[in-house]
Design a protein around this ligand. Structure first.
Ligand SMILES: *[C@@H]1O[C@H](CO)[C@@H](O)[C@H](O)[C@H]1NC(C)=O
Ligand SMILES: *[C@@H]1O[C@H](CO)[C@@H](O)[C@H](O)[C@H]1NC(C)=O
Length: 775
């Protein structure tokens, strides 16, 4: 989304005035409106497809094109009101889009941790539970006439480069983690009844969008050069999982070009891949206003009519921004587009509105019609926001162990740092108005007497003016907690970072305070993207480090609960924390995931980069100790081939031993691992089990060059001294496949090595002997 849209939108506002629903009013098919009774599209007994066809049959061309934009005009003669498609709900109902307005009846909504923090919980049921709460609150606000039903969330782009300002909005750098997050959150938002959507979610920004503004290049002009291999095994994975597993009702195309074609004008990406291959049941929307951007900024077409025609013909159904309402009719007049193309787009948007129940009369008659103000910010929702922060916070360092702190021995705590009293900083971007906040200072104040000093005026920390007071506080207190990090002035939409270290004099403050502290010094980092904190990792005077991400409205309470041990840390980093030198070796504009020794290019993310790190992907300590034992696992697994490969195993020469996934019988082909997890410490704890697999060495022919990939994760509570068995089913075709240079997914035959916590186990994949293949 972009603020630049406002410039363009001015002109179109006049053009597109449509009034949206007042509280509790029907969007269409109002039972109080006598005219609509006889209209076929209002007959709930009819199928959705018939009703959509019926309504489109009644519309004039002029009415149709004014429905192709986010601020869709109504059709008063048919009793259809205008509708604002643009609402946001990334981690709580947000007023970043014009579809949501907070008012006296709905002054606020539950503000969950930013997605990067929630992702660190590695708990898929938490992601779904958050989606359920957000959609409860969204439906309640829709019923009150102050929110839409179409939410352009989540953002599931891969967090490819640590400098990306919007990395905080994403579930991190791993495609399977991001895809699982997408499918779970979308299920929570939409509910599980496909024809009665609770709200419609949207996975964005398709695809290879992960640069906002770096070194003179911005997202409106960026042409991402992406290899077939990287697009198939990295950039598209979360979108595919969102559509095919999460059944999302919408996908948004991005601003950037991919290999010279704007994503919103690329039929290969939209029609062929999202709608054809993945079978999107829903609508494709542009970013705001990416159609105008590829015409005006990228000069991809000579005329605006060509841009409108290209977008719709590529598979775009809805335009965020006015462009299509202004130019589509002329595109048809010029013969660049047909009315049937426009009808095709409307089928997709109107079908989603029907599935949302928008043509079924008053909101109060809907299955969610009873949700109202009492369901927003209610205690159970706010409790889940606190719980989500506790589950996502990551313990990076704990020497001694000095953590958790004790209310007996640490009766006074010096709370220092520019984020020590954070409130709005804790909710990151794409937030709304929170129900209330607990800052770190307040949270710690629930456990101990606090001595508070900011140390720096803000996160930029330009000078040492306030260092003296901070040092004095640390000299007096039984323990010192420094709450440092970033905020939206350093990393945000349109703001990529230039470096990875803490801004200004923050490091100096931490050093000086740690050296002077009477008690143990703990560093708490509030930031979305990774920070190079080698200085603190290697400093013995800093005994504990927590990463809180942007922990949401209750973040300070969660930080304090972890510090004092009333909650146990179990989060794991969803991104690699690189040293500062790393980014000097690669331009943010270089999209390549795989490294190149000859080019001095180190590669990206734990899957392809194997140089030094500050903390690796998946790092995270607990207050206890877990031991893994493999209880059962196969050592050899046969991969059956499907019919048309019968009799031709000889073609799998030794240099070519990787079967195309499309040639394997993938149904139910999985590897089951059973792992015993024993908590050998003296405290109850939460264990986050991550399982990686490393494929056999790449063949010369296929060149997959993948070091390892996440294939399963599972979170579980294990009381002290107890042991739990975990069963993991790893789908061979989906999770053990690799992608070759031509973008073809293959299952490498040979030894796959599993890393299950600290246990290693190899499974040999072999092509099934012909005898056992039956058709
Ligand atoms: C077997 O594979 C080879 C090499 O790919 C191919 O040339 C041949 O036509 C295949 N034979 C059958 C029966 O499919
Ligand atoms: C995962 O999240 C859900 C929802 O908050 C929670 O009930 C469950 O205990 C969590 N699992 C673990 C192991 O923490």
């Amino acid at each position: 989304m972009s603020r630049s849209i406002t410039a363009v939108i001015g002109l179109a506002m006049v053009y597109l005035v449509g009034h949206t629903c007042e509280g509790g009013e029907a969007f269409a098919c109002d039972p109080k409106d006598g005219r609509t009774k006889s209209m076929g599209f209002c007959k709930e007994s009819e199928g959705i497809a018939e009703r959509v066809k019926e309504v489109i049959g009644r519309l004039t061309m002029e009415e149709k094109v004014r429905m192709l934009v986010n601020n869709a005009a109504g059709v008063p003669r048919l009793g259809i009101k205008g509708y604002e498609w643009w609402s946001e709900g990334l981690h709580g109902v947000s007023n970043v889009g014009p579809g949501v307005n907070f008012n006296s009846q709905f002054p606020a909504a539950t503000s969950f941790p930013q997605v990067i923090t929630t992702a660190a919980s590695f708990n898929a049921s938490l992601w779904e539970a958050i989606g359920q709460v957000v959609s409860d609150e969204a439906r309640a606000m829709y019923n009150g006439g102050t929110a839409g039903l179409t939410y352009w969330s989540p953002n599931v782009n891969i967090f490819r480069d640590p400098r990306w300002g919007r990395g905080q909005e994403t579930p991190g750098e791993d495609p399977v983690l991001a895809g699982t997050y997408a499918a779970s959150y979308v299920r929570g938002l939409q509910g599980t009844d496909a024809n009665r959507l609770k709200v419609a979610a949207c996975c964005k920004h398709f695809t290879a969008y992960d640069l906002d503004n770096w070194n003179g290049m911005d997202r409106f002009h960026f042409n991402a050069q992406v290899s077939k291999q990287d697009i198939e095994d990295t950039f598209n994975v979360p979108f595919r999982m969102c559509v095919s597993e999460g059944k999302v009702a919408s996908v948004m195309c991005s601003y950037n070009q991919v290999n010279g074609v704007p994503t919103c004008a690329d039929p290969n990406l939209l029609k062929k891949t999202v709608r054809g291959l993945w079978q999107l049941d829903g609508y494709i929307v542009s970013d705001c206003d990416s159609v105008s951007v590829f015409y005006s900024n990228q000069h991809y077409t000579l005329t605006p009519e060509e841009a409108a025609a290209d977008a719709i013909k590529a598979g775009l159904d809805l335009n965020c921004g006015p462009f299509l309402a202004v130019h589509t009719q002329n595109a048809i007049k010029k013969g660049l587009l047909s009315e049937a193309d426009v009808n095709g787009a409307l089928v997709n948007t109107l079908t989603v509105q029907m599935r949302l129940g928008m043509f079924d009369g008053e909101p109060s008659a809907h299955p969610y019609g009873n949700l109202g103000p009492k369901d927003v910010c209610k205690p159970a929702h706010q409790e889940l926001a606190l719980e989500a922060a506790r589950q996502g916070i990551v313990l990076l360092k704990n020497t001694g162990p000095v953590l958790p702190l004790s209310t007996q021995r640490h009766r006074s705590v010096a709370v220092i740092g520019p984020n020590s009293k954070a409130t709005v900083t804790m909710i990151g971007n794409y937030a709304g108005v929170a129900c209330g906040y607990t800052s770190p200072l307040q949270g710690i104040g629930n456990y101990a007497r606090t001595i508070h000093e900011f140390g720096c005026e803000n996160v930029a920390c330009k000078d040492e003016k306030h260092f003296g007071a901070a040092i004095n506080a640390a000299r007096e207190a039984d323990a010192t907690v420094l709450v440092m990090g970033l905020d939206q002035s350093i990393e945000a939409e349109t703001v990529d970072r230039r470096g990875l270290i803490l801004p200004g004099r923050q490091q100096d403050l931490v050093w000086k305070v740690a050296a002077a502290s009477k008690g143990p010094t703990i560093l708490v980092l509030m930031c979305g993207g990774p920070v190079d904190i080698s200085f603190a990792k290697n400093n013995p005077a800093i005994v504990g480090i927590l990463w809180a991400g942007y922990p949401g409205q209750a973040g300070g309470a969660a930080i304090a609960d972890i510090l004092f041990g009333t909650a146990s840390p179990g989060g794991k980093l969803p991104v690699t924390w690189y040293p500062e030198e790393y980014i000097r070796k690669l331009a943010m504009t270089n999209m390549a995931m795989r490294g190149s020794k000859s080019a001095g290019y180190p590669g990206r993310t734990y899957r392809f980069y194997n140089g030094p790190v500050v903390y690796p992907f998946g790092h995270g300590l607990t207050y206890t100790h877990f031991v893994h034992t493999l209880a059962s696992a196969p050592t050899v697994v046969s991969v059956p081939l499907n019919g048309h490969r019968r009799g031709n195993l000889t073609s799998l020469s030794n240099t070519n031993r990787a079967i195309r996934v499309t040639h394997a019988r993938c149904d139910k082909l999985s590897i089951t691992l059973q792992v015993d997890i024993k908590n050998v410490g003296s405290r109850d704890g939460t264990h986050t089990l991550l399982v990686f697999s490393a494929p056999p060495a790449p063949s010369a022919a296929h060149h997959w060059q993948l070091q390892k990939q996440l294939v399963a994760f599972q979170k579980l509570h294990v009381p002290a001294k107890a042991q739990h068995r975990v069963r993991l089913d790893i789908h061979v075709c989906k999770l053990l496949s690799v992608v070759d240079k031509s973008g073809i997914r293959r299952i490498p035959l040979g030894e796959h090595s599993f890393h299950i916590g600290d246990v290693k186990h190899s499974v040999s994949l072999q092509a099934a002997p012909l005898g056992i293949i039956k058709s």
